[in-house]
Design a protein around this ligand. Sequence first.
Ligand code: RNT
Ligand code: ZN
Length: 425
Amino acid sequence: MFKPAEPSLVTQRYESAREQYRQLGVDTDEALARLAAVPISLHCWQGDDVRGFEVHDEALSGGGIMATGNYPGAARTPEQLRADAEKAFSLIPGKLRFSLHAIYAETGGRVVERDRLAPEHFAAWMAWAKARGICLDFNPTFFAHPKANDGWTLSHADAEIRAFWIRHAIACRRIAEAMGRSQGSPCVINHWIPDGAKDQPIDRWAPRQRLIQSLDEILAAPVDSRLCRDAVESKLFGIGSEDYVVGSHEFYLAYAMTRAPMLCLDMGHFHPTETIHDKISSVLLFKKELLLHVSRGIRWDSDHVVNFNDDLRCLFQQIVRGQALKRVHIGLDFFDGGLNRIGAWVIGTRAAQKAILNALLEPTALLADLEAGGDRASTLALLEELRTMPLGAVWDQYCQAHGVPAGTGWLAEMQSYDREVIRKR
Ligand code: RNT
Ligand code: ZN
């Protein structure tokens, strides 16, 4: 049923779409060339529901994040995760990166505490990435660990526990530096901690004071910041931290404005009706770079697979209109264990790429002129007309040119991998 699209038909439809966009002054060939230069960082944790390969495999606890769903065949070894990721890569056009968490270390069956992790534990990942021409990104893991069980890490009142997590973060920055060196391109390392309280803490100050101190100590470690690019991720609430999150948006916005790291905005980390597209211009007028966690919350920070919806369209419109594509690192962050996980990666990544393409195909100068001339009806009308322009034909051409199935063609490949590999595990 899901046969690969007929190549000559894809070309034919593209040519007609190109003409339609040209009439609005949009150069589709140029848009495709620009899209091809935008890397998207796939998150390893969609492949195994954020479990990782740590030897004492603890259930996720105290982490404030939770993957739901029991779809069979989740990757349980590094080899399986790499094979699944490669399958996903083969169905996604354009430049990709791969983002690892510290719990995906390979320690050869030995227990290695998180504060002792070193680049050697990621040597296989680095070799794999290099062989595939893919760059890696990284994340310290401040959850799913006995020392995080009570919900506090870098802001813990206990100095020893805090010191442990500081050592972990520094170890991770060294790993990120090694990845950056190995790939000859910076590795983005994102620091997210779950710290917070379920209900009305009396003292909202001290944990934040301690978090500042911990982060300052972590960032003071001698690590080459050209290779290791730090980001700090804010959050509104988590499971078990409904009332108070130490690393709130205001906290990290202020931290990032007064220190070197970039801010990470996760689309699921704000009030349910609050979107992040309006924050892009504010942040990038003050900071050089920004990290995104492209996600989809439904009623809460649910981390659903990303769709080509208005949140995504508005987000990339803001970035493209502000000519900020090169200043924004695009990372994905969703995890749904209830469907074929390769499908989840491919759906979400292709949706993000479509949203970028959609923004690149906008006649922005024309819209801006209409707006400047006070013709709001024409501006709004043109935005409406653009929604039904043949974006799909341009997208299919992009897939075809990059040697991956256009349109629904990739579904057959996902389904056969599901039958032959996933369900045989
Ligand atoms: C959690 C944050 C964080 C994690 C990943 C696994 O709310 O979004 O980015 O999802 O680090
Ligand atoms: Zn996130």
